[in-house]
Design a protein around this ligand. Structure first.
Ligand code: BTN
Length: 321
């Protein structure tokens, strides 16, 4: 109910909405509306009330509460449910549980803090309270499981475009899943999937973004950054989440209908690696060479100094020049 009141106010952010109109829309009493307005005000929403005109939302709430987040996905064709936790071990774990319980595509799990955040290749991911974005998206794409890594690239493009749009910062993608600003890591993406013998049961896209961090522990200072460190500004995490989900939704639908060839140029437009000499450290060996691009499957193509092209499916990369 509170979420619905907030959604209506947000849809009419530039005008007043009478208590009567809200109560009619939501099929409840005006007193019930008034109670929800007060409760939203207690949460920090700036809502003015004028006797003859009604209510107007002056400034959207900046918190990560479920109803605030739900009001940001209104009209989003893909995402329809948000589950929020103030503190959780990992949003990936919760998303996996939801899938096992039979939940459908289009669920977003968001946490303010993760106590056991997971990074790629079994590494830990730090998610400190009131600073970052930690969320997992539940998808059930009808694609071959070998194509699932492409979704990491679709996600990287979506997050990059949304953050560039909202912050104006020059954010680039380091293959496959790191988002960097000025050479330091701003965000990471972890793609996990559950596979039946021949079909994908679900893909869970975990997105971690450093947003309002003022600084980082000593061991991370030289390699990590945040939107605030780079711009000097604080950002509304709920607004960023809404924009990322909007961007993700249309890119994902377009990817499913038109294929990866539509995503490839968008990914290349923000890629930091193309034309650079890199070392790709794989599980068993390392390859050095120049990045010549990605192929239509999203696999990184590396040309070594003998002119041989290597297909890199999974690796950590160091950019040399
Ligand atoms: C990486 O760069 O290694 C990937 C980091 C992914 C972190 C996100 S935060 C939300 C989701 N929950 C997790 O435990 N991990 C991902």
């Amino acid at each position: 109910m509170k979420g619905k009141v907030l959604t209506l106010l947000r849809e009419n952010e530039h005008t007043f909405l009478s208590g009567e109109k809200i109560s009619r829309e939501l099929n409840c009493s005006r007193t019930a509306v008034w109670k929800q307005i007060n409760s939203l005000r207690n949460e920090g929403f700036d809502i003015v009330a004028t006797q003859n005109k009604g209510y107007q939302l002056i400034k959207g709430g900046r918190d990560l509460s479920e109803h605030n987040l739900i009001s940001r996905i209104k009209g989003n064709g893909l995402f329809h449910k948000v589950v929020y936790y103030p503190s959780v071990s990992s949003t990936q774990t919760i998303a996996n549980q939801l899938v096992n319980e039979g939940d459908s595509e289009g669920i977003v799990v968001v946490a303010d803090e993760q106590t056991d955040g997971k990074g790629r290749l079994g590494r830990p991911w730090q998610s400190q309270k009131q600073s970052g974005i930690s969320m997992s998206l539940v998808l059930k794409p009808d694609i071959d499981f070998r194509q699932a890594p492409q979704l990491t690239l679709v996600s990287a493009v979506a997050v990059t475009r949304a953050l560039r749009e909202r912050t104006g910062l020059s954010i680039d993608i380091k293959w496959p899943n790191d988002l960097l600003v000025n050479g330091k890591k701003l965000a990471g993406i972890l793609t996990e999937m559950q596979v039946d013998p021949d079909r994908i049961q679900s893909v869970i896209i975990g997105i971690g973004i450093n947003v309002n961090h003022d600084n980082f522990p000593d061991e991370l200072t030289s390699i990590a950054t945040s939107l605030k460190v780079e711009s000097g500004e604080e950002f509304d995490r709920a607004d960023l989440i809404g924009e990322i989900l909007r961007e993700f939704s249309w890119l994902y639908e377009t990817y499913l209908s038109k294929g990866f060839s539509f995503i490839k140029p968008l990914w290349e437009a923000h890629s930091l690696s193309i034309g650079k000499v890199i070392t790709a450290r794989r599980a068993r060996d390392s390859v050095e060479g120049e990045v010549i691009g990605i192929n239509d499957e999203g696999v990184l193509l590396l040309k070594d100094n003998q002119g041989e092209t290597h297909h890199i499916y999974s690796a950590d990369i160091d950019i040399k020049s």
